[in-house]
Write a protein that binds this ligand. Structure first.
Ligand code: C5P
Length: 201
């Protein structure tokens, strides 16, 4: 039976980690929809037009090693503001969401636009300093040459663009439960997410 869990929120709030843990707990498939925009943005850095990049995405593009860089994140956020790019990616996400056996999708507009009928919706957030600190540790730990200040500036710029755009802006769905992970470790955040979803099953 299809069961869709929508997990949205700003950059580096913990969506990815929580989504993976929730998917593993329920035995559901997981789609990090940010990868669709990152892979699209990544191809525009080579000169491909955003729409052509989005229309020709292949599954293997989502596995590229260099999708996690700050440059690609910014390119992702720029292409993500283009309505035609978003439209080109809708069918794939909706088909994934309704697959038999259940699905977790994380992104910015899953609960609002992609899956407004999702059975469970979470909006995961945390304050800017916590998010920048976590992302800085992640990036510097994997060998990227970044400073805390540059990471904070990147997150703020993307959040501002993602929230202000006309097409599917970043915002909680009206029926989403807000999970603020600023004062929570990952185990506590995952436990709260699972408790919320259990209550909807
Ligand atoms: O989640 P992640 O940081 O990988 O997303 C990269 C960018 O892709 C975001 O800043 C946002 O602009 C865009 N995005 C989006 N809608 C989604 C997922 C990501 O607009 N559902």
């Amino acid at each position: 039976m299809a069961f869709t869990i929508a997990i949205d929120g700003p950059a580096a709030a913990g969506k990815g980690t929580i989504s993976k843990a929730v998917a593993a707990h329920f035995g559901f498939a997981h789609l990090d929809t940010g990868l669709l925009y990152r892979a699209t943005g990544r191809r525009t850095l080579d000169g491909t037009s955003p729409l052509e990049a989005a229309q020709n995405l292949r599954a293997e593009d989502l596995q590229a090693d260099d999708l996690r860089t700050p440059d690609v994140a910014q390119a992702a956020s720029r292409v993500a503001a283009i309505p035609e790019v978003r439209a080109a990616l809708v069918d794939f996400q909706r088909a994934f969401a309704r697959r038999a056996g259940g699905a977790v999708l994380d992104g910015r507009d899953i609960g609002t636009v992609i899956c407004p009928e999702a059975e469970a919706k979470l909006y995961v957030t945390a304050n800017d300093d916590i998010r920048a600190t976590r992302r800085f540790k992640e990036l510097s730990g994997s060998g990227h040459d970044v400073t805390y200040e540059s990471v904070l500036a990147d997150l703020r710029e993307r959040d501002a663009r993602d929230s202000a755009r006309a097409a599917a802006p970043l915002k909680p769905a009206e029926d989403a439960v807000i999970l603020d992970t600023s004062q929570m470790d990952i185990d506590a955040a995952v436990a709260q997410a699972i408790a919320h979803i259990d209550a909807r099953r």
